[in-house]
Design a protein around this ligand. Structure first.
Ligand SMILES: O=C(O)CCC(=O)C(=O)O
Ligand SMILES: [Fe+2]
Length: 200
């Protein structure tokens, strides 16, 4: 990404963070191709998390991939990453070019319908590079995505289109929560990829 184009991509947060919505970066054919490939080849697992000391299993499916089989802790559970597939490496390249950053891992989420979402959180795990960029690529159904400021509770909503890229940067995770709200208006599945940098 050159300086000129980065200036044109606006920050959707009013203060205390930088989050750039790059719009659609994959055309319809690329979206269809990658959606199908990922759906079929990724090692999808139901997510296990410890919430308030209780083990829960989510309907949403998840998978971690990376440049090596690093182990990571996610919501209190230790797991081992899979090695990037060919398609994930291709998508990583697209996202790196567009965002002007590099990434060494990717968390994938599969939401079977609008009834599945993700609650408010920030991605501040210790293993992540501090204030590193997190690049979120969306395939399948279009969904609303919301930010909420941790102190003043201000909300910012955005629609994540099919094939779009959203890049959360700088102090976004420190000051803002984000979520994927469940909805009764969406009946088709969505795959989201968040490319991240883990301190290996
Ligand atoms: O599905 C999304 O758009 C966001 C997922 C997310 O926030 C995460 O994986 O940390
Ligand atoms: Fe997140």
């Amino acid at each position: 990404m050159d300086l000129f184009s980065s200036e044109k991509i606006k920050n959707i947060l009013p203060f205390d963070g930088v989050t750039n919505y790059h719009g659609i970066v994959l055309d319809k054919n690329q979206c269809d191709f990658f959606y199908q490939k990922l759906f079929e080849t990724i090692e999808w697992k139901n997510d296990e998390a410890i919430i308030f000391g209780k083990k829960i299993i989510t309907k949403r499916k998840v998978a971690w991939y990376g440049i090596s089989e690093f182990s990571y802790k996610y919501s209190g559970v230790t797991k081992t990453a899979n090695i990037f597939t060919k398609e994930l490496l291709e998508l990583k390249e697209v996202v790196e070019k567009e965002s002007g950053e590099t990434y060494n891992s990717c968390l994938l989420n599969l939401y079977h319908s609008g009834e599945e979402g993700m609650a408010y959180h920030s991605d501040g795990e210790k293993m992540l590079k501090k204030n590193g960029a997190i690049a979120s690529l969306s395939l399948g159904a279009e969904r609303k995505f919301s930010f909420k400021h941790k102190e003043n509770k201000q909300r910012i909503d955005i629609i994540l289109e099919r094939g779009s890229l959203l890049v959360m940067r700088e102090f976004t995770q420190t000051n803002w929560l984000h979520r994927l709200p469940p909805t009764k208006m969406v009946f088709t599945p969505r795959i989201n990829l968040t490319f991240r940098t883990i301190e290996l």
